[in-house]
Design a protein around this ligand. Structure first.
Ligand SMILES: NC(=O)c1ccc[n+]([C@@H]2O[C@H](COP(=O)([O-])OP(=O)(O)OC[C@H]3O[C@@H](n4cnc5c(N)ncnc54)[C@H](OP(=O)(O)O)[C@@H]3O)[C@@H](O)[C@H]2O)c1
Length: 251
């Protein structure tokens, strides 16, 4: 499959590597000059593409940039995209990084806002696992304790295609519902960056409380910012799990 990825950072870069390893033809772009982009694409085993060409001829386009960068993408960027191209949104809104986006602060579901900004439907995926979980936590199908990823969106066919790619990346999938339901795997929910298996993720998606998620997200960021040492990946997952009584505790 031809896949275009906008953003070659922690998540976009990891998705690129995983998709290359699974045999897909992956094109990437970022905000750097083309020479720098070429270097990064080489590191990832992908092909560099100027942003203006990134969507052309692709079966799937992955948006993996900070939320604040999305309105800055050209309004005509998606005009030359084939009509059946699937767009995946990996973004998570963090006010400290993305500044004030009033509609999201007032409760609009993040990926619904993203879809409105780009004028195309999106599927939310790859947002509820840390980049390190994605890079190193994959297991073969059926392996005990295989981590599950949440996806949401309005197009069942697109979700099926993405689920296949997620499986190739080493993860099970739990469908959280339509795009409006994707708040259930936004930051501040039990499903967010807690490395759960299918049954625990289903439970966590069910247990999220929309009204308190943003407050929990901000308190977690504040607590981590106050630390004098950088928490390890395991500590972050353990901390996230412990925020919600029904989540399994790390061993
Ligand atoms: N990190 C995680 O664990 C994680 C997990 C799940 C979801 N997410 C979400 O996924 C998104 C990406 O996160 P990340 O951690 O990968 O961020 P990151 O490491 O900061 O990388 C962001 C990428 O976006 C590119 N970019 C920014 N503005 C752009 C523009 N206007 N046009 C083209 N490329 C642009 C950057 O280009 P340059 O390389 O040139 O700077 C960079 O490659 C965020 O919304 C984040 O919340 C992150």
């Amino acid at each position: 499959m031809k896949i275009g990825i906008i953003g070659t950072g922690a998540i976009g870069g990891t998705i690129a590597k995983k998709m290359v390893a699974a045999g897909h033809q992956v094109f990437v772009t970022n905000s750097a000059e083309f020479v720098e982009l070429e270097k990064r694409a080489n590191e990832l085993g992908a092909l560099p593409s100027p942003l203006k060409d990134l969507v052309k001829g692709k079966a799937m386009v992955v948006l993996s940039v900070p939320t604040i960068a999305i309105p800055g993408l050209s309004k005509t960027l998606f005009d030359e995209m084939p009509p059946d191209t699937i767009i995946v949104d990996t973004s998570n809104y963090y006010p400290f990084r993305d500044a004030d986006i009033e509609e999201i602060k007032n409760g609009k579901v993040e990926s619904v806002w993203v879809a409105e900004q780009i004028g195309c439907p999106v599927i939310k995926a790859f947002n509820n696992l840390l980049a390190e979980s994605l890079a190193f936590g994959g297991r073969s199908k059926g392996a005990p304790g295989r981590i599950a990823m949440a996806i949401s969106g309005d197009d069942p066919k697109a979700k099926k295609v993405i689920s296949g790619l997620i499986d190739q990346a080493g993860f099970d999938v739990v469908d959280a519902g339509n795009l409006e339901s994707s708040w259930r795997h936004q930051p501040g929910t039990p499903a967010y960056c807690t490395e759960l298996n299918v049954s625990d993720l289903k439970q966590a998606l069910n247990d999220g409380v929309r009204e308190v998620a943003a407050q929990i997200r901000d308190s977690v960021i504040k607590l981590f910012a106050e630390r004098t040492t950088q928490p390890s990946h395991e500590e972050i997952v353990e901390f996230n799990r412990a925020l919600f009584p029904k989540n399994p505790k790390s061993e």
